[in-house]
Design a protein. Structure first.
Length: 587
């Protein structure tokens, strides 16, 4: 969940004349160990088995210090494998099954590819970045592969860069940062202190403890509350269709943005990253016409000092729900810190239990969980993922660079690479919702909002004027039901198609008491004409739930009324055969 896509504007994959050879390194560790996978590992393994490798693997580029030899570079890599159990770990499993166990090898081997160049292509740093991305495009075999895929680039016999891809099942961005720092220490002749951070097997044991199980259960309750009450999709609007989006990239580099962010942080006495998160959520909710911003905010889960230098994958999604029904930027910012902390506190969970809960809750609510807004801020990670964007040779006031398209299971994705001396972030937006000009307007609107917030508090009633970003127009056929934007006619069309063309009418036909709140909320009722008395509300609900993915404007009716009548439109007002919620329990 934390691996950045190919950065917009990055150099194409490396293709150059170079002599290629391999070096095989043997290591001997402390002995073989085995045990269950960690929550972070299980979460990433699920993504690895589902996603394309270049979307889930991670990569980095480590510059080789002047004077270091190839032997020293390789020997330092071997020392890291001995030092860190994660680098000696595999996940044995039968084909077609999901690994549930990890095995730490006592001894083993791994291979380093060496590319020898008479001259490195210029610019050399971008070339090394492209080599690392190339290495990232091949899938890691969970049951057998060393979790690093290193490529050593040499120039006239001297090592210059170590470009490597890494398996996200065993490392995350912070773990790569730890490895990089230790590798540089070894190359400089330094001595590493004893490794005291928990190993993956230590973490698995901690997570299986009573305290660990309570923490995971608390996280699931946090997610469940948001899934039951928040919008099922931020971008429920005309044009939002499909589940896999081919989105072009756009990179913003802005010294103006960095100055504005620093100024807004000084004025409000808030952390810059919290200010940026608030601005992102406000602009997203404003553009989507939503009262709440629900976004996945991946976190490395290293808040405890003991975990800060753990070489393992701790990254999981924090699910943020930020209510923007407040008068001004400062009022939302005041709530954002607590909302973010609450999300981060609940970002260690059993991924399998989470998805079981998601299936249960969405089935009961009649919704579909869409992870369609993601903001991954990796600007605070030291010495890692530095190659994810080209280094700054200058500091443009505001520059937008287009990048290639990439398939993503989200409608708006942001990666924050740097906040000072330039604000550098990359956006991928569903082109049906964010065509080229609209994507640029969103990026520049974010800078304009930060500039306004640096000068003073910004009334939310003025967001369109301040940012230049307008809310979506949904039209009169849309209505807000159960916290979600819904198009009742689309619900009827989808349900009819799911039932083989039976006539369906869907109405907002009354009220039901809103769960946990005073007042009343709209009730969607579907009326289905059917001559076959075998159709039940449960069958109708199951058919519609199967059709929900990729249709964010469709919410399942709260009640199904099946009437006897011929298969024609509109649904006749015949005798009622059956009626009910179609759920396992009443909502």
């Amino acid at each position: 969940m934390s691996a950045p896509p190919t950065p917009p504007g990055a150099a194409p994959a490396a293709r150059t004349a170079a002599a290629r050879r391999t070096a095989t390194l043997a290591y001997r560790g402390a002995g073989t160990r085995r045990g269950p996978v960690t929550m972070g590992q299980a979460n990433m393994i699920r993504c690895i088995l589902r996603d394309e490798p270049d979307a889930i693997n991670i990569h980095d580029v480590w510059p080789v210090p002047e004077g270091a030899s190839e032997h020293g570079v390789l020997d330092a890599l071997r020392a890291l494998a001995v030092r860190h159990e994660a680098l000696r770990t595999t996940f044995p499993h039968q084909p077609g099954t999901v690994p549930g166990e990890q095995v730490v090898a006592g001894t083993g081997r791994f291979t380093v590819t060496v590319l020898e160049h008479g001259e490195l292509p210029a610019p050399a740093a971008e070339y090394a970045e492209a080599v690392a991305r190339d290495a990232r495009s091949e899938r890691f075999r969970l049951e057998s592969d060393f979790p690093l895929r290193p490529v050593l680039l040499t120039h006239a016999g001297r090592p210059v860069f170590l470009a490597l891809a890494a398996s996200h099942a065993l490392t995350d961005g912070s773990a790569l940062g730890v490895l990089r720092e230790e590798w540089l220490t070894l190359l400089s002749g330094g001595t590493l202190p004893e490794a005291t951070a928990p190993t993956p097997l230590d973490l698995a044991a901690e997570e299986a403890s009573p305290a660990g199980r309570r923490r995971s259960a608390d996280a699931l309750r946090h997610w469940e509350r948001i899934l039951r009450t928040g919008p099922q999709a931020m971008f429920a609007e005309p044009g939002a269709v499909g589940t896999e989006i081919s989105a072009p990239g756009l990179t913003l580099r802005s010294a103006r943005g960095a100055r504005a962010l620093a100024g807004a942080a000084r004025r409000t006495r808030a952390l810059p990253n919290t200010v940026l998160l608030t601005a992102w959520c406000l602009l997203t909710a404003h553009r989507a016409g939503q009262q709440e911003c629900v976004a996945a905010v991946p976190t490395s889960n290293r808040f405890r000092p003991a975990l800060a230098r753990s070489v393992s994958t701790l990254s999981q999604d924090a699910l943020l729900a930020l209510d923007v029904r407040r008068p001004s930027f400062d009022a939302v910012l005041a709530a954002a810190w607590g909302a973010a902390l609450n999300a981060y506190r609940h970002s260690r969970f059993d991924a399998l239990a989470l998805w079981d809960m998601i299936r249960r809750v969405t089935g009961e609510r009649g919704s579909h969980f869409a992870r369609d807004v993601v903001l991954n801020d990796i600007s605070a990670l030291p010495a890692t993922l530095a190659g994810a964007a080209a280094p700054d040779g200058d500091a443009p006031e505001l520059e937008l660079v287009r990048g290639p398209e990439q398939a993503l299971p989200t409608r708006l994705l942001g990666f924050v690479y740097e906040t000072d001396p330039v604000l550098r972030l990359a956006l991928w937006g569903d082109p049906a919702l964010f065509p080229a000009r609209a994507a640029e307007d969103f990026a520049t609107g974010l800078v304009r909002l930060l500039e306004a917030a640096a000068e003073g508090d910004v009334p939310l009633s003025e967001l369109t004027e301040v940012t230049g970003v307008r809310p979506v127009e949904r039209g009169p056929g849309w209505t807000r039901v159960d916290g979600c934007w819904v198009e009742p006619e689309a619900v009827a069309r989808t349900l009819s198609a799911a039932l083989g063309g039976l006539p369906v009418e869907v109405e907002v036909t009354g009220t039901r008491e809103a769960a946990g709140a005073a007042g009343a909320a709209p009730l969607l009722t579907a009326r289905i004409a059917c001559e076959d008395s075998g159709l039940t509300p449960a069958r109708a609900h199951a058919a519609l739930m199967a059709a929900l993915p990729g249709r964010p404007g469709v919410l399942a009716p709260h009640r199904y009324v099946i009437v006897q009548g011929p298969p024609r439109q509109p649904a006749p007002a015949g005798p009622i055969l059956r009626e009910g919620t179609g759920r396992d329990r009443e909502m």
